[in-house]
Ligand binder design. Structure first.
Ligand SMILES: Nc1ncnc2c1ncn2[C@@H]1O[C@H](COP(=O)(O)OP(=O)(O)O)[C@@H](O)[C@H]1O
Ligand SMILES: Cc1cn([C@H]2C[C@H](O)[C@@H](COP(=O)(O)OP(=O)(O)O)O2)c(=O)[nH]c1=O
Length: 191
């Protein structure tokens, strides 16, 4: 089973994945961009936000996704694989960057994933206050420097995309306590 943890920067994805790993070491955890050796190189370029062309950026994220699917997701299809980000980030950030069409993005992502969208998605939903508080406590990468309004737009696109694609999902209030979110995730995943 292929599961995505999705949400904008600082919403708490990695915190919950780390917690889950402690109680359930059998779960395979991974991330995009950068879950493969090619991905590590792509991630360096992508997080610098140095590409002038948004199309080039999108294609590099897609190349990372295709390699990640081939190397990590597909060979482990009979285990539970949880990825910190995936194609919902791919669509959400691209839509916020403008100049891309939803159906075109879905088709490109379907191609990268050999037609296999994730089985379930957990989306963490935050708000301006929490986002401000958490981002002020870390050094920001190139993408995060695009601003908090931009990130909240991305979040809206992620939510709408999950609903439009009708993929089984859980929406989590990211402002709740770490422990109560952990419990909701355990219940949803039935682990
Ligand atoms: N539910 C929560 N309540 C309060 N702080 C949280 C919560 N979840 C995560 N944090 C804190 O917010 C920051 C960002 O969390 P992180 O898990 O790294 O987010 P992401 O992986 O989504 O970018 C970290 O300092 C983390 O300790
Ligand atoms: C997977 C993916 C990520 N991104 C962005 C989202 C993040 O800003 C960045 C990955 O950063 P990362 O540090 O992995 O995320 P987080 O800050 O949540 O721990 O790349 C895209 O723009 N498109 C994509 O397809």
């Amino acid at each position: 089973m292929y599961i995505l943890f999705e949400g904008i920067d600082t919403c708490g994805k990695s915190t919950q994945i780390e917690l889950l790993k402690k109680t359930h070491p059998e779960i395979i955890t991974t991330h995009e961009p950068g879950g493969t050796s090619f991905g590590k190189k792509a991630r360096e370029i992508l997080l610098n936000d140095s590409l002038r062309s948004k199309r080039a950026e999108l294609l590099l994220f897609l190349a990372d996704r295709a390699e990640h699917y081939e190397e990590i997701v597909e060979p482990n299809r009979y285990s539970m694989v949880i990825s910190d980000r995936g194609f919902i980030s791919g669509i959400g950030y691209a839509l916020a960057n403008g100049d891309f069409d939803f159906d075109e993005l879905v088709a490109l992502n379907r191609f990268a994933l050999k037609g296999h969208f994730p089985d379930r998605i957990i989306l963490f939903i935050t708000n301006m206050e929490t986002l401000q508080e958490r981002t002020s406590q870390k050094s920001l990468d190139g993408i995060e420097l695009r601003g908090l309004e931009y990130l909240l737009q991305v979040q809206e696109h992620m939510k709408e995309s999950i609903l439009r694609l009708d993929i089984p999902h859980l929406f989590i209030d990211a402002t709740e306590s770490i422990e109560s979110i952990h419990q909701s995730i355990l219940t949803y995943l039935k682990v």
